[in-house]
Design a protein around this ligand. Structure first.
Ligand SMILES: *Cc1c(COP(=O)(O)O)cnc(C)c1O
Length: 400
């Protein structure tokens, strides 16, 4: 079987993690994060639905949620599910974070929440989001879906804003195939989130069975010898059909599952969690070793930790000097089995299936980022010689 690497550094499961046993995953996770408690949900999207539902109860006159224009389409679906409207904020030039002046212009008396987003494990500027939100009376909800384990000033991300959430979806580090973690430093908001959970979340035997089977499949197939079947083949089929949105799994169902996170999967999470700190150390060291080779490529931007922050390293996020070189790089690398891919294919208004949910807007920087960015897996399975092959391939397609 041909070797295929995953596009992100997921924590591999051991078959022994799957043995049924009692374990308090929420307490273990809160303990590791250094916070009082977390609220477990069935996905990051569900955590966002629960949080926004609660915030809307508390500030019912406000119906807009300010999000980066280049983010996970599920963010727009979560906002829509609560009956609110996404308000798209452009990115800063050649950056994944919100543009300061666009952010100020996006906030107003209708703003319920601002959502700074810790993409690719990098820590976003929450202070800037807080300043804009406080100026208009809105909450800050940190989207840390891709950043479980990331820290700012020595504390977990998600605490500087009013609330934050992590995703435990497949491909995001620690995974229960799907899962979400909601947190807040504010006891009043925590109570509101618990009430919101009771109102919004309904048991579903079908979903808990399906997710259990999917998690077992992940435990078996998440290895370079089997990922061609589970990931590589569907990827090549989608690309052959000219469907990059399906290729990266951006083609979400608008009907969001909202059910409790099952006990068996929580126990699996407790066991895998013990290996997460070591895994994050290994992947951090590997990423830091590899950044310089990418930085040496003229016109390439690679994202590192901002001062005072210590992010996680699921993959390396970079931009090429122009769209042509990015496309040329992907033409060679996307199907090379080396874990090179793209994050989100479009700025949010450019996904056909979001047309009725997301307003059209002039978003030059978000569209530019979508056209020039690519990702390189930071899985420990990517060997140094394979990484250098990727670097040489990028060098070969640089303009000029
Ligand atoms: C994956 C993701 C989400 C949604 O999390 P799920 O657990 O997949 O529902 C939200 N925001 C961002 C930035 C993501 O990458």
């Amino acid at each position: 079987m041909r070797r295929e690497l995953p596009p992100t550094a997921g924590l591999p499961l051991h078959l022994s993690d799957l043995l049924p046993r009692r374990a308090d995953f929420g307490a273990a996770l809160a303990g590791w994060l250094g916070i009082d408690e977390v609220q477990l949900e069935c996905s990051g999207t569900a955590a966002m639905v629960v949080a926004l539902h609660a915030m809307h109860r508390l500030r019912p006159g406000r119906d807009e949620v300010v999000v980066p224009a280049w983010t996970c389409p599920l963010v727009a679906l979560a906002i829509h599910r609560v009956g609110l409207k996404p308000r798209l904020c452009d990115l800063a030039p050649d950056h994944f974070d919100l543009d300061p002046s666009a952010l100020a212009a996006s906030c107003g008396e209708r703003t319920l929440a601002v959502v700074p987003t810790h993409l690719a494990g990098r820590v976003a500027d929450v202070r800037q989001a807080l300043a804009a939100a406080r100026a208009c009376g809105a909450y800050v909800l940190e989207d840390a879906a891709q950043a479980l384990g990331a820290r700012q000033d020595g504390r977990t991300v998600g605490l500087m804003g009013d609330a934050g959430f992590f995703s435990l979806a497949v491909g995001k580090g620690l995974t229960l195939y799907e899962g979400g973690v909601l947190m807040s430093r504010d006891p009043g908001l925590r109570r509101a989130f618990a009430d919101s959970h009771r109102e919004v979340i309904r048991p579903s035997l079908r979903w808990s069975m399906q997710r259990a089977v999917e998690l077992m499949g992940y435990a078996i197939a998440y290895r370079p010898s089997l990922l061609y079947l589970a990931y590589g083949k569907p990827l090549r089929r989608a690309l052959a059909e000219n469907d990059p949105v399906a290729a990266v799994g951006d083609d979400f169902d608008t009907d969001i599952p909202l059910h409790p996170l099952g006990h068996w999967r929580q126990a699996v999470g407790s066991h895998a969690l013990r290996r997460l700190p070591g895994f994050l150390e290994t992947t951090r060291a590997q990423a830091l070793r590899r950044l310089d080779a990418l930085r040496a490529l003229p016109g390439v931007t690679v994202f590192d930790d901002a001062p005072g922050t210590q992010g996680t390293w699921p993959f390396l996020l970079l931009t090429m000097p122009d769209a042509a070189s990015r496309d040329a790089a992907l033409a060679k690398l996307w199907t090379a089995g080396l874990g090179v891919s793209r994050l989100f294919i479009h700025a949010l208004p450019d996904y056909g299936y979001l047309r009725d949910i997301v307003p059209g807007a002039d978003l030059p920087h978000a569209r530019d980022f979508a056209a020039r960015s690519l990702t390189i897996t930071n899985s420990p399975w990517l060997r140094d010689d394979e990484f250098m092959r990727i670097v040489e391939c990028l060098r070969a397609v640089l303009p000029g």
